[in-house]
Write a protein that binds this ligand. Structure first.
Ligand code: UT7
Length: 333
């Protein structure tokens, strides 16, 4: 059997400050009723100005390493998925690397906006499969509040700040032992497959109107919400189907769907297409809003720590974001 990665531990971090919809309605022309009805979002966490993406990422990574029982000195590769790096360069991942006390290997940032965690998970998994690494930390961390136009009600109500991380480790022979009833190439624990897509022809549906080589400014998020919504529903159904087919599984086999948390209506639509009951979908969008690359590891950590996701469960993660980018990962926990 080929080498495989298992998720050994996870961790997450949210800034202390919570901003409710009612508070936002004092800044822009919106209401709690509109935001809840159209998105399912009730509140979001917002980082104070002195707290940067690296601070959030560091806390999530420390918690994931502790949960995994792995020392920073054992980490070969650290990948940080983010759209909101502390600076244009160096990579925010290198700041996290040094503050973790990770002295070996390499650290780098990865940019796939809201699909960033799935992309980083896939890259980390492939480092392990290629035998270039034994232990990989994958982080999704964002201070998305910094790139919002706080006068644009169509976007500023949708996003929040936060971070989540997982520790990947090359699977041992024990990890790959089949559970009773498991057959075929997808038996045993670990990441069974990852699937990535992008379509640059749709750049203009969701983007930031600034950057170092265009305007020289950081810029703000601009989105054609209705079109992004339409693409999300189609692309996510497609990627979920592709993942199930690649593994010879059906939606009945999936124990937990851990989707990117952009909009409750998108989550419901994907679950409905899969025929999955809502109690098998992990939902945090009501409390975290859309934290971009951080949303999946935040949701995963919550469901692992509260005991919903258990050893042996099949967990399907999917995301779509700016680019457009989209992707999925299937893991036997
Ligand atoms: O992370 C991945 C990327 N992001 C997404 O997946 C987001 C995808 N899109 C969405 O979630 C939804 O399109 C939104 C939540 C952004 C918007 O919902 P919608 O049902 O598509 O609304 P809409 O954009 O068609 O706007 C409907 C109305 C408009 O008013 P008019 O033109 O009908 O008079 C908007 O101006 O709602 C208005 N509106 C608001 N009203 C109150 C837009 N934002 C707000 C607001 N409060 N915050």
């Amino acid at each position: 059997m080929n080498r495989r990665s298992i998720i050994l531990g996870c961790g997450s971090y949210l800034p202390d400050q919570i901003v409710t919809n009612d508070e936002l309605s004092k800044r822009v022309d919106t209401t709690d009723e509109w935001i809840v009805a159209r998105t399912g979002i009730r509140q979001r966490h917002i980082a104070p100005p002195e707290q940067m993406t690296s601070d959030l990422a560091l806390k999530a990574a420390e918690r994931a390493l502790e949960h995994a029982g792995v020392a920073a000195s054992e980490v070969d590769i650290l990948i940080l998925a983010t759209t909101t790096p502390d600076q244009t360069f160096p990579a925010t991942a290198t700041k996290v690397q040094s503050r973790l006390g990770m002295t070996n290997g390499a650290a780098f940032d990865l940019q796939a906006v809201c699909s960033g965690f799935i992309y980083a998970l896939s890259v980390g998994d492939n480092f392990i499969k290629a035998r270039q690494a034994k232990t990989v930390v994958v982080i999704g961390a964002e201070t998305f509040s910094r790139i919002l136009d706080w006068e644009d009600r169509g976007t500023c109500v949708l996003f929040g700040d936060g971070a989540g991380a997982v520790v990947l480790r090359s699977a041992s022979a024990d990890d790959l032992e089949a559970e009773p009833g498991e057959t075929g190439h997808n038996r045993g624990r670990g990441i069974l497959s990852t699937h990535l897509h992008s379509d640059g022809a749709t750049n203009d549906l969701l983007y930031v109107d600034g950057g170092p080589s265009s305007t020289g400014t950081v810029g703000h998020v601009r989105m054609n919400g209705r079109e992004v919504f339409r693409h999300a529903v189609t692309n996510l159904a497609g990627i979920v189907g592709e993942t199930l087919e690649a593994n010879g599984l059906t939606s009945d086999d999936i124990d937990w769907l851990v989707p990117h948390q952009a909009n409750k209506r998108i989550l419901d639509s994907t679950a409905k297409k899969l025929g999955m009951p809502s109690d098998r979908v992990v939902v945090t969008v009501d409390r975290h809003a859309n934290t971009s690359a951080a949303s999946i590891p935040l949701a995963l950590d919550e469901a692992v720590k509260d005991g919903r996701i258990k050893r042996g469960d099949l967990v399907l993660m999917e995301a779509m974001g700016g680019g457009l980018t989209w992707g999925a990962g299937l893991v036997r926990w």
